[in-house]
Design a protein around this ligand. Structure first.
Ligand code: NAD
Length: 348
């Protein structure tokens, strides 16, 4: 196994691992450990080049620093990627080698699930290092983070509704959810229970049919979902959905969902502000999962009640972001970055 350092300005440590025996080609980026060890998931993706993988891991690890700073998890930001096809290239030996690579960071980087990585893969990683979170509940770990991400969104949505509609109540509020997967599907059910009118949109028609049959949700095609007039538009599929083509089509009072990197560029958050649409910065609203995982690392280990108490803080955090945005007349994403920077500066 060969581990080589990659010097990147603004990052504490970035390294590449090549392992001939298992064909592992992976990168780990530790962006910032001011507030604690860098926790962020492991992603497996068939990147076309190492440069593409590097771009992704740098962007994602920096995002984790800000997400954790605002959520006050006591953690820093990091991320890792394996360059490979998850359908073809997975093997126990590959993930064990990845574990040895994580171990090389001596606890400065702690891994978890991300795209195309499941608990069984992480169990193999665990054979090479103890710096793994998000394993099964039965093993004393915190389990699947998605329900907690959805719960955090519900809690944050109260602050969104209050600011955009004048009341925290979900009763009669119309919410359009794009992407009714692990987080979006759960969010839909929780919002309906609270009295909201939920419309779902998913390219997986089996999924929408099932949710329609089980819960009676109305569904709308992906091409048409932006035209539905609603109180909240909740992107819960992929990122970059708020862009030049879509921003003027929106007919909502607020954009608030779980998807990472919803605005293609920061200027799109400013476009939302100019249109009078309140934007809940994704990395503030979708922190429920990382908060849940972070509790594993506290003294005494994972405790759901403790996690729930901390997820509640998404509400005051969003209120603070909206306040900064209003008083400084800046877009909410910029306000969130300021709040994160304040917390990082206090940590320093
Ligand atoms: P998921 O894969 O379970 O669900 C995504 C759903 O979106 C799928 O059902 C998919 O069919 C659908 N979809 C994809 N493209 C679409 C499109 N163009 N239009 C409509 N539907 C589309 O993923 P998830 O775990 O629910 O995560 C959803 C988003 O939230 C992702 O952006 C993820 O990065 C982010 N996120 C998830 C968590 C978590 O705890 N799972 C935490 C933070 C952020």
């Amino acid at each position: 196994m060969e581990i080589t350092e990659i010097a990147v300005e603004g990052y504490e440590r970035v390294a590449r691992c090549r392992d001939e025996a298992t064909d592992l080609h992976a990168l780990i980026a530790v962006h910032d450990t001011t507030l604690g060890p860098a926790l962020g998931g492991l992603r497996m993706w068939p990147y076309a080049s190492e440069d593409e993988a590097l771009f992704d891991v740098l962007r994602l690890s920096k995002g984790m620093t800000y997400k954790s700073a605002i959520a006050e998890t006591g953690l820093g930001g990091g991320k890792s990627v394996i360059i490979g096809d998850p359908k073809r290239d997975k093997s126990e030996a590959l993930f064990e080698a990845m574990g040895r690579f994580v171990e090389d960071f001596g606890g400065e980087y702690i891994t978890a699930e991300d795209m195309n990585i499941g608990i069984s893969d992480l169990e193999c990683v665990r054979r090479g290092t103890r710096w793994v979170t998000g394993l099964s509940r039965e093993s004393g770990s915190s389990g699947n983070p998605s329900p907690y991400t959805a719960l955090g969104c519900v809690i944050g949505l109260k602050a969104v509704l209050e600011a955009a509609c004048g009341s925290e109540s979900f009763e009669g509020r119309k919410v359009v959810i794009q992407g009714a997967g692990a987080v979006g599907g759960r969010l839909a059910v929780m919002l309906k229970e609270k009295g909201a009118e939920v419309v779902i949109c998913d390219i997986d028609t089996e999924r929408t049919e099932q949710l329609h049959n089980d819960h009676g949700f109305e569904h709308v095609d992906d091409e048409d979902h932006l035209d539905v007039e609603c109180d909240v538009y909740a992107p819960c599929a992929r990122g970059a959905g708020i862009n030049d083509e879509t921003v003027d089509r929106l007919r909502c009072k607020a954009v608030a969902g779980a998807a990472n990197n919803q605005c293609l560029e920061p200027r799109h958050a400013e476009s939302l502000r100019q249109r009078g649409i309140l934007y809940a910065p994704d990395f503030v609203l979708n922190a429920g999962g990382i908060i849940n995982v972070s509790v594993e690392l506290l003294e005494g280990g994972y405790d759901e009640a403790r996690a729930l108490g901390r997820i509640d803080r998404i509400y005051p955090n969003l209120k603070r972001v909206f306040e900064i945005s209003r008083s400084e007349q800046i877009p909410t994403n910029e306000a969130a970055f300021r709040l994160a920077e304040e917390r990082l500066a206090a940590g320093r």
